[in-house]
Design a protein around this ligand. Sequence first.
Ligand SMILES: Nc1ncnc2c1ncn2[C@@H]1O[C@H](COP(=O)(O)OP(=O)(O)O)[C@@H](O)[C@H]1O
Ligand SMILES: [Mg+2]
Length: 373
Amino acid sequence: MKEMIKLTAINKSFGDVSIIKNLNITIYQSEFLTMLGPSGCGKTTTLRMIAGFESPTSGEILLDEKSVKNLPPNKRKVNTIFQNYALFPNMTVAENIAFGLKMAKVPKIERQKRVTAMLKLVQLEGYGKRKLDQLSGGQKQRIAIARALVNQPQVLLLDEPLSALDLKLRKQMQIELKRLQRKLGITFVYVTHDQEEALMMSDRIAVMNQGHLEQVADPQTLYEKPQTRFVANFIGESNIFYGKISTVVDDLAEITVENGYLAIKTATDTINKDQIVNIVVRPEKIKLSATEVEHFHLPAKISEHYYAGNVRKTVLKLPNGMELKMNTPSEQTLLPVGKEVFVYWNPSDAILVKSDSNKIFKTIKNTDFEPIK
Ligand SMILES: Nc1ncnc2c1ncn2[C@@H]1O[C@H](COP(=O)(O)OP(=O)(O)O)[C@@H](O)[C@H]1O
Ligand SMILES: [Mg+2]
């Protein structure tokens, strides 16, 4: 696959504040890559460096396999859709879309042809003569997309393009944008802080945390095999245990935690006795038993049930106050609140994660409960 964007050892500081830390990522042709992370983690800064509005403090950016070090933004085959669309309010829809073509001195006939094609692409045929203030938020969004695509960029950078829209329209535009990207085969670098949006739209997601890349993978891998505690927390819901490996037999490890012990099945070369580890268990993997299950000792009390459409959400309380989240399909009967149970899971459903992306199994401050001594 052709490498469309390659960031190598990118660092970016503003003054003496380091914002992006040793970022390495390759984005392929026709890929839909999403940069996902909480507000302030450096997503916009990264996009702006790709677009050429900021320069990295160190490191190299390749676009289409060529260094863009001395290439100004307008010479890069990259277009950006900003959060606020940045449309020209005094121009018509057609004038907005044609603006870049006019700057590039594309002849009028060709301009009109391309604008018409773009309006069709974003399902706004016949809207060319309208003024911008006659358009809804969703329509303006589509005009911004049309304007960004009209000069056929190889790469489209999208910075939280749907965040101004209400939920229903946002959901609709997510599907439309994804369809458009597939149809055109353009590389999309999409920025959002919304994990659901990222999971739904992306081929791969790059999860960022305080300026460094935690993990980049396809949505399913991120959910099923998060490599770090941060990713496990940020993508989907998780229960995170903190403990020490007490025994390893073949690929089954027993881990002592403050509340008792539990088990995980994982590749033996990643686990050693006495290692301090974080274990992630997704709410839908939690099981309950009236009696103890081999390799597990996690007594708990059913604390609350919540209705949530297709699942019931249950809160389980462990003796030290730690709460576990459990999801059950709605058609299953629930045990009553107050009932005492034993928690377990299929050991291969638990995931071993690093405390952070740099250090394997570093001991960390656990927010759920105090680590075992
Ligand atoms: N021009 C700038 N000067 C100083 N600090 C900046 C500048 N641009 C961004 N920052 C800081 O860099 C960090 C990352 O910002 P940004 O890339 O906008 O994050 P995100 O898009 O993930 O919310 C923030 O702490 C922000 O305040
Ligand atoms: Mg931003």
